[in-house]
Design a protein around this ligand. Sequence first.
Ligand code: ARG
Length: 578
Amino acid sequence: MKEYIEEILKQSIKVIDDTHEVDVSMLKNIRVDRTKDLAHGDFASNAAMVLAKTLHKNPRQLAQSIIDNLPKDERIAKVEIAGPGFINFFINKDYVASLLAEMSADDHLGVSKVSRPQNIVVDYSAPNVAKEMAVHHIRSTVIGDAVVRVLEFLGNNVIRANHIGDWGTQFGMLIAYLERKESEQNSSMDLSDFEAFYREAKACYDADEKFAEKARHYVVLLQGGDEYCQKMWRKLVKMTMDQNQLLYRRLDVTLTDKDTMGESLYNDMLPQIVSDLEQKGLAVEDQGAIVVFLDEYKNKEGQPLGNIIRKKDGGYLYTTTDLACVKYRIDHFKADRILYFTDSRQAQHLESTWAIAKLAGYIPDTVSVEHCPFGMMLGKDGKPFKTRSGGTVKLRDVLDEAESRVNNMLEERHNPLQGEERQEVIHNVAIGAVKYADLSKNRTTDYVFDWDQMLSFEGNTAPYLQYAYSRIRAIFRKTEEKPGRIIIATLAEDELATKLQSFSDAVYAVADKAMPNILCTYLYELAESFMRFYERCPILKSEVLTDQRRSRLALCELTAKVLKQGLNLLGINVMEQM
Ligand code: ARG
């Protein structure tokens, strides 16, 4: 409807503007927005205020002329002038009801697919081998996966790229330590505590010169393709990713093994990248290293900052890998858009890497490469989220604690569910709460990890939304009546109907900005509109007329569908009962 109103406004303006004084740039400033208050109609436009000067009229007068030249349309019940010259459009409620009926019958709930599907590479999660998934990996994993789901829902071809840290000089040390561990235990070991493994390996490296020597030797062998070292390295990668895969499944994250495209994938391309940049005159030798100087990045003295792409000893860097990586994604996957979910501290690294890639012609203008940064996760004390002893908080421990807290909550509430059903509720609420806490905040800011807030059944939380859903489903267990034709008669119904219609806008905004919190806010507002409707509009009471009951059931049903679909796009499950 918004597009239609924009269109008829422009046509009307064209008629009034017979001497062609209005140009395209002025038309661009015209807005049609949903009103905040339904007393002002469904949509409002600032058109008359934007063009009054140009068309030599006062805004209210101009608004009247614009209205006089609008075509008659049954779908628009009334058009009014408000305040300094706003034009308010009241949509025919029967028409709104018919839109909602269409939406409910559509398994995509009125969210159309994009007209031109894109190949979109989403770089997310990206933990490091032989290390515990750190907090920034959790954020990347959860936020990235929600955006992936939304982009796919809209019909795009999404390539999940798990850019794991599976290469680097530390692998000599890790291989040497794995070897020692295996010979001690006389069997292959279970690497369930990466933190300890890494710490012990490092301790050996620092204390034992013979071990360190071996470690350095193994790095060289590994880089040279030595079979034994490669085998040990692959073992480390597999042990790490097997464990991460369990976490992904537990988190209902859609990443699988085939999405793993770690740093090592690009090894063979690195020499070629360096020589190409040298040939193009972008890279130069500087004290034995190969460096790219970019004009945009200068140090305090005003000298251009160098980006090393090959060290003096011949080693390559994170930048070199990311250069090959972005080129590969464009050449191999024919990417139209690439999203990188990494924490905000990597902004400068990515920006300078892409600046080089653009100069080298690896990123054509038609491809959009976007850093989707996020802030830190903080403890309640406002300091970075750490264990009491100052260590990295293990994701596994967070999820265990969430589940045990939810279990206690169910006990306190004397929840009667048992067995598998109870386990499912515990899982869905606990995982949902942890994920939603992260998803619902604007990702660019730091966020405070707060158990009480995220597990609350009040406010903008997963449990609140899941509960709203279950509550609606419970209504349907109490009646034989089926949903019928929607009749929008009261303000509460009107507000709910209006909110339901904005689902598509919210989903598209998430895809556009890569910000799942937009969908969270939408779902929360929808649940609130529903609760107000539910308080004010009786459904099952005997005095309610059948037509009205059926209409209200239809609104309940559509609300439940949108909540379920919306939460599903965020990677959160709902339950019929909880
Ligand atoms: N593994 C990196 C880290 O732990 C994140 C990788 C992000 N992706 C990329 N293409 N650089 O910080």
